[in-house]
Design a protein around this ligand. Structure first.
Ligand code: PGA
Length: 251
């Protein structure tokens, strides 16, 4: 079964309301009719509703950058799945390395969030990836296996097939240092093996694995040509229409 490529823009903590509106309008004009690849944008919470209104009717889907697993209550500063759904969100990024590094995200909280997102009929984009120190110590496979198994613990095969995994080597995020095609494909193939061990071949063949980490128009072709790379999670290059388009177009 051929997996449809999926390119998602992670705007991180960028864009005021006006900037987000301008970027979303530019994207709708540039790539709002593209259907041979799935496209999503993940603005900050404050801009979800406005961006959602602008991309409505286009092929671009709305994503959020995080969520809390609880349904409601006294969790100051947090946002629930129902809140995200109410403003038209489809995808939710979970376990981004910046969340893991700065905001105490663990494999356990990633798992709780993934379950909450799936229960709300939203689609998780689960981020995994090793730090430079872990790679240098030869721990890529140990880390990736722990993160993938942790994220999918207790999740049914049917729900797992609704998830996307984003392999994002931490040393390549926002650094300009991109994984070589060989490094990326090896990691993706390893992650697929882990999925086989948790579920089966069909699940491993069905779940899309994006690459993330300094993906740009000038390196996208080589990365997306790889057998096991099913798209990208794009940070810096998602903030300019031409750059994002330059990543979507070669797909
Ligand atoms: P980058 O970020 O493209 O700026 O490296 C990717 C990500 O963190 O999702």
């Amino acid at each position: 079964m051929a997996r449809k490529k999926f390119i998602a823009g992670n705007w991180k903590m960028n864009t005021t309301l006006d900037e987000a509106r301008a970027l979303a309008k530019g994207l709708v004009e540039a790539c709002g009719k593209i259907t041979d690849v799935d496209v999503a944008v993940c603005p900050p919470y404050t801009n979800l509703q406005a961006v959602g209104e602008i991309i409505k009717g286009s092929s671009i889907k709305l994503g959020a950058q995080d969520v809390h697993w609880e349904a409601k209550g006294a969790y100051t500063g947090k946002i629930s799945c129902a809140m995200l759904k109410s403003v038209g969100v489809t995808y939710v990024i979970i376990g981004h390395s910046e969340q893991r590094t700065y905001f105490h995200e663990t494999d356990e909280t990633v798992n709780k969030k993934a379950k909450a997102v799936l229960a709300a009929d939203l689609r998780p984009i689960i981020c995994v990836g090793e730090t430079l120190a872990e790679r240098k110590a030869g721990r890529l496979t140990v880390v990736a296996e722990r993160q993938v198994k942790g994220a999918f613990a207790g999740i049914s095969e049917a729900d797992a097939l609704k998830c996307t995994i984003a392999y994002e080597p931490v040393w390549a995020i926002g650094t300009g240092e991109v994984a070589t095609p060989q490094q990326a494909n090896e990691a993706h193939q390893f992650i697929r093996k882990v999925i086989v061990s948790v579920y089966n071949n069909a699940a491993a063949e069905g779940i899309r694995i994006q690459y993330g980490g300094s993906m740009k128009p000038d390196n996208v072709k080589d990365l997306l040509a790889l057998s096991d790379v099913d798209g990208g999670l794009i940070g810096g290059a998602a903030l300019k229409v031409q750059d994002f388009l330059g990543i979507i177009k070669p797909v």
